[in-house]
Design a protein around this ligand. Structure first.
Ligand code: AMP
Length: 216
């Protein structure tokens, strides 16, 4: 099974990606996490993409394709979950070709939907673990101990692109670049929108309903 998660920044994709991947034994490809890891390891790619992440704009498509191609080469034999890729129609087209080349195809695109006010509120409370990449929300998905990762037990961080200006920019980019993917995947009969309102378990239950309904 190959799934992708769509939705604006702060809608809870990372949290749901963890739950979905665990439940259906999928390997997650989170391009945002991969890029942040390249930056924290100070790699050549990390140095090249840092400025884009800091500004909240999209990294050039070609850099993403290299990452995704490597990921596919390593994980093509199991179920996959894409979180944050593709982010525009060009990436979606190339993604389809990359999958076709290895006899795979996308099963469904699940779009998490939330109002803009709720998104801003969620982003203010978002934290992540710089070691394992796990994401938390201090209100809706808090760690067991105050601001410490449940797995790594180190202090949680706030993303440098979660400031108000950068958030606004990322929302604009989402509307301009990523929104057209709704039409793209609807025309392929693969698009499913769900409400990202409620607890993480409620949202996850909506997602499993869709996935199980499609598998049947
Ligand atoms: P995310 O963690 O998914 O919110 O991504 C954080 C940042 O990484 C984005 O604001 C972009 O700068 C970059 N990024 C992640 N995925 C992509 C993608 N598919 N295309 C271009 N840039 C991306």
């Amino acid at each position: 099974m190959i799934l992708l998660l769509l939705g604006p920044p702060g809608v809870g994709k990372g949290t749901q990606a963890d739950l979905i991947a665990q439940h259906y034994a999928l390997t997650t490809c989170s391009t945002g996490n991969m890029l942040r890891e390249e930056i924290s390891r100070n790699t050549e790619l990390g140095a090249a993409v840092k400025q884009y992440l800091e500004k909240g704009v999209l990294v050039p498509d070609s850099q993403l394709f290299t990452l995704v191609e490597h990921f596919l080469a390593e994980h093509m034999n199991g179920g996959l979950l894409f979180d944050g890729f593709p982010r525009n129609v060009n990436q979606a087209r190339v993604f389809e070709t990359l999958l076709n080349n290895i006899d795979l195809k996308l099963d469904m695109a699940i779009d998490l939907h939330l109002s803009e006010n709720d998104i801003v509120e969620r982003l203010a409370h978002r934290r992540y673990c710089s070691k394992c990449g796990r994401t938390y929300n201090l209100i809706t998905n808090p760690p067991k101990e105050n601001e410490l990762c449940d797995t790594c037990h180190i202090a949680l961080m706030r993303r440098t692109d979660d400031t108000e200006n950068v958030i606004r920019r990322r929302m604009e980019i989402y509307t301009q670049e990523t929104y057209p993917l709704i039409t793209y995947y609807t025309s392929q009969g693969k698009y499913h929108q769900i409400s990202a309102q409620g607890t993480k378990q409620e949202i996850f239950a909506r997602i499993t309903n869709i996935i199980n309904g499609n598998k049947a």
